[in-house]
Each structure stands twice: as C-alpha cells, then as structure tokens.
Write a protein that binds this ligand. Structure first.
Ligand code: TMP
Length: 207
C-alpha cells in the first residue's frame, strides 16, 4: 500500500509521518518512510538546487522538470521496489504537491502537469492520501517558529500559498475515495489519532 501526505508548508507532516510509521511497525507492517523532493542520492542533489535561495532566476518550467526528475528516480529506486515486495510506503509529498504548488500555485495547466506526472511516475498513484490541512498564516508562522529551513519557495507571496491550499481542498473534494482531510491546526497527538484512524480503516489486516 502506498500512502502519501500532503499539505501546505507548516502543516506538520514531518512530525506526523514518523509517529505513524512507528505505530504501523508495531502492528507488523513493513514500513518505509520517504520524502519528496529527495529520498535518493540524485533526488537530494536536485532538492538542493530547488531549495537554494540564490536560484532566484529559476523559471516555473525548470522547477517542474526538477521536481519530476527527482520523482522519477524516487519511484524507480525506492517506492516501487518496496511496494513490489509487499511493503507499505509512507511518502511525505508526491505528485499532488506538483499539482497544488505548480498547478494551482503557479497556475500551470493542470492537464499538462497530469500528463507529465504520468511520464515521471509510470502511472503510480497513491492508494490513500492524507491532506494535513492548516490555514496559510498558521502554517507559515509555524515554519518560522520551528526554525525550519526557510527555503526559496517559502518566500513566495501569501496569495500563492492560499492558491495552494485551495487547490488541495479542491483535489480532495474531487476524489474523496483516495483523500482524507485532517484538520492539522490541532495539537500533535490529536492530529496523530485522526491520521491513525483514517489509515487503519483503509489497511488490510497485518500478516
Ligand atoms: P518540504 O520538504 O518542507 O515539504 O518543502 C518542499 C517544498 O517544495 C514545499 O514548499 C513544497 C514544494 N514542492 C513543490 O512545489 N512541488 C513538488 O512537486 C514538491 C514535491 C514540493
């Protein structure tokens, strides 16, 4: 089973994913956690280019191709092999991040992006996607307070982040069988319980 985590910046994915992984391992699942962009040696190098504050000349098309390059490598090298051996993959961001940030955020044609995503992933789709939803102001404040890396993308204007959040909510509403929306403005333990409930309901019994 392939489970992805999506959400605006500061939605708490990097705290929640390891907590869920620990819980699922205790249940006997063979869990692999990974993140995008990155997750492979090549992907981490691409991530460094994308997050470099000095790369102010980067065009939206360049950005898209870099995210997709990292993803193609990630799917082939890490995600598919683990799924093929019957494991469970938890991935912090995947294709829906490209649709939310580049599609809704930078207003690149969603149809073209979906085609490019199919090319990069070989058509791999998550079985379940958790949207950790938080309003834009809270998310950005959390990132600053947390001393998290303040990357090139965070510096984009507030309106961009609002479009990203709206895009996520729209995608979740359009495909409710795959998406679960979790209110991530609540305390960590409450959010984690909601995530565990949503994932447990979707999982087969452990072997
Ligand atoms: P994060 O590791 O803190 O989630 O940061 C990754 C940033 O990259 C975040 O601002 C979202 C952005 N991003 C995209 O714009 N498109 C993508 O396809 C992915 C995976 C991430």
């Amino acid at each position: 089973m392939f489970i992805t985590f999506e959400g605006p910046d500061g939605s708490g994915k990097s705290t929640q994913v390891p907590l869920l992984a620990e819980y699922l391992r205790q249940q006997g699942f063979d869990v692999l956690t990974t993140r995008e962009p990155g997750g492979t040696r090549i992907g981490d190098q691409v991530r460094a280019i994308l997050m470099d504050m000095e790369n102010t000349a980067m065009r939206p098309n360049t950005e898209i191709l870099l995210f997709l390059a990292a993803r193609a490598q990630h799917v082939a090298e890490i995600i598919r092999p683990h799924l093929e051996k019957g494991g469970l993959v938890l991935c912090d961001r995947f294709g829906d991040s490209t649709l939310a940030y580049q599609g809704y955020g930078h207003q690149v044609d969603l149809g073209i992006l979906r085609q490019m995503l199919r090319f990069a992933t070989g058509g791999l789709q998550p079985d379940l996607t958790l949207l950790l939803d938080v309003d834009v102001e809270t998310g950005l404040q959390r990132r600053r307070r947390g001393g998290d890396e303040w990357n090139r993308l965070d510096a984009s204007e507030l309106a961009f982040h609002r479009r990203v959040r709206e895009g996520y909510l729209e995608m979740a509403a359009a495909e409710p069988q795959r998406w679960r929306v979790v209110d991530a403005s609540r305390p960590v333990e409450v959010v984690q319980s909601a995530i565990r409930a949503a994932v447990s309901a979707a999982l087969p019994a452990p072997r």
